[in-house]
Design a protein around this ligand. Sequence first.
Ligand SMILES: C[S@@+](CC[C@H](N)C(=O)[O-])C[C@H]1O[C@@H](n2cnc3c(N)ncnc32)[C@H](O)[C@@H]1O
Length: 288
Amino acid sequence: MSHKIYEVLTWASSFLKQHGKEERAAELLLCHHLQITRAQLFARLRDPIDENVHQSFEADVRKHVYEHVPVQHLIGLEQFYGRPFLVNRNVLIPRPETEELVEGVLTRITQLFPGNKTIDVVDVGTGSGAIAITLALENESLRVAAIDIAPEALEVAKRNAERLGADVAFICGDLLQPLIEANRKVDVVVSNPPYIPENEIASLSPVVKDYEPLRALSGGKDGLDFYRRFARELPFVLKERALVAFEVGAGQGEAVAAILRQTFPQAEVEVVFDINGKDRMVYASLGK
Ligand SMILES: C[S@@+](CC[C@H](N)C(=O)[O-])C[C@H]1O[C@@H](n2cnc3c(N)ncnc32)[C@H](O)[C@@H]1O
């Protein structure tokens, strides 16, 4: 007997809810299996569903529930700043908080660098390329480079740049070392580095811990290792007038601001809260 789309959707929603998962995953996965948009899904609720599609959808719902495979890995995509980014186990799934970081960078760039000269930006720890690619697509005055230590992450980032038509120079290397070695200076350094304290990794949910790369998560003993390294390396790569923009873990804002103030006593340093009221971004403007 063939099922109707709404029956399958109702089953999946309540199965997910019953197992403590977000019900919205049902819609996302069903749209993916039917190859339709959300609006089309709701227009077709009373249509019958092909049995093969039904089976493969149900198998994915069960994988999400029992094996904790992230929905984004089942679909192969995550939306970031309104664009679809390919994701897999080699990259962090880009998060909505990071969209706020991108927004903050775009606004501050306009304020700090009025006029239309080319602005050199580097995204450090680019992962899927979400930050670098979005910046390049949103502001054509930006010349964007992106660094990651993991070649397998850069493969994903390069495919994303190609698919989305963004011009980004990808570099494999350790933090700012590639720029320091090339004696290259930039106007903007943006980064969402690993910042989770080591002892919190074990208690992360399995969807994160088992499927996202550890090197994208762990920020050392107190989570601040990368910010301390940035503080040592930034003075070698920043132009006189420059912007540093970091995503931080909730509760780390003041500690990261203190690290930046110590390195750049003249800088204007701001801790910015996200829409959920958490301190998630720190900006330092130099040479204002
Ligand atoms: C938290 S993820 C951020 C990914 C992406 N920028 C985003 O916001 O979705 C951190 C990234 O930093 C990279 N990374 C870790 N250590 C690094 C290092 N020493 N130098 C450069 N990149 C590094 C990881 O491979 C990972 O892709």
